[in-house]
Design a binder for this molecule. Structure first.
Ligand code: FES
Length: 300
């Protein structure tokens, strides 16, 4: 048992209290919302009734004004209450994350190579890399792209401008991105213009114009990871990997950095996944090491 072990019950109690408050506050928010939804039709009906009466009875005008004041005040109070609860929720959630990290530290859980089982991806559909026989990108000596797939695809999908999206989707699925040569071939074989290709491929975020790296690094930018420094980690990884502004893949084509939503292990925040391996409790300094053996060699 370490010298810090006596603090473990304190950390656990803190985490439990913070979690309790998170649940309680979330319950209050939900109850407030439900009550407001039930109240609104009644308030509206009452105001409508008074408006009708006020057309024939001048004394009802005062009651109408009073009712409108009461409703407005009630809504303002509800809004202020909601804002206060939201702030408390953030504070309690941060306290919970802090206590969970403290417990992890005391129990000796290491930030790297954690035995966390594969977590379902929150974003980023899996990208199919080019098949070995087709066009595996080779750093420094790119193989000529096999365009047979594009020729067959155009034969199947047709040559009209309406086929642009299905053709681009199929090319993306086959090559893992939209290679310039494949797009050029599409414009040669079909009525689809280069301008249409450029517009469509940049409008939809799922289309990539450059190959994905050999390894996908998913850096979590969910709330817990964001408050724990996910932005600094992403920026440090980009710096260490020499990834240019506007790009997401390093020049050697080894790593693609993807910013994703919650990976489902917030108590380890900040977290990243290298392919299917998860690493948590990171700092900007330790994040690069978490990429494992495939990292770039340190510059001489
Ligand atoms: S917010 Fe990052 S794992 Fe949940």
């Amino acid at each position: 048992m370490t010298a810090r072990a006596p603090w473990r019950p304190v950390a656990r109690a803190g985490a439990a209290v913070a979690a309790g408050f998170v649940c309680l506050l979330a319950g209050v928010l939900v109850a407030d919302y439900v009550s407001a939804r039930r109240e609104e039709p009644r308030e509206q009906a009452r105001i409508t009734e008074l408006q009708v009466q006020a057309q024939t009875d001048p004394s009802a005008a005062r009651a109408l004004a009073a009712e409108q004041d009461r409703v407005t005040r009630g809504r303002q109070q509800r809004k202020a209450r909601k804002n206060a609860i939201a702030i408390l929720l953030i504070v309690c959630a941060s306290a919970f994350v802090g206590a969970a990290k403290w417990i992890n530290a005391m129990e000796g859980r290491r930030p790297h190579a954690l035995p966390v089982k594969a977590i379902p991806m929150a974003v980023a559909a899996p990208v199919t890399l080019p098949s070995a026989g087709a066009s595996a990108p080779s750093p420094g000596l790119p193989a000529p792209l096999d365009l047979t797939f594009v020729d067959e695809l155009v034969g199947r999908e047709g040559r009209s401008r309406e086929s642009a999206i299905p053709i681009l989707q199929a090319i993306q699925a086959h090559y893992g991105y939209l290679p310039d040569d494949a797009l050029r071939r599409v414009t040669e074989l079909t009525e689809i213009t280069p301008a249409q290709v450029a517009g469509t491929s940049t409008f939809y975020a799922r289309f990539r114009r450059s190959p994905v790296g050999e390894h996908i690094v998913r850096v979590c930018h969910g709330t817990a990871c964001h408050v724990s420094g996910a932005r600094a980690i992403t920026e440090e990884l980009r710096r260490q990997l020499h990834i240019r502004d506007g790009a997401d893949t390093d020049p050697a084509g080894l790593f693609t950095i993807d910013e994703v939503a919650c990976l489902g292990c917030c108590s380890l925040a900040p977290v990243l996944m290298v392919d299917e391996r998860t690493a948590g409790g990171l700092t900007p300094a330790s994040a690069y090491a978490a990429l494992g053996a495939a990292r770039h060699p340190e510059p001489a």
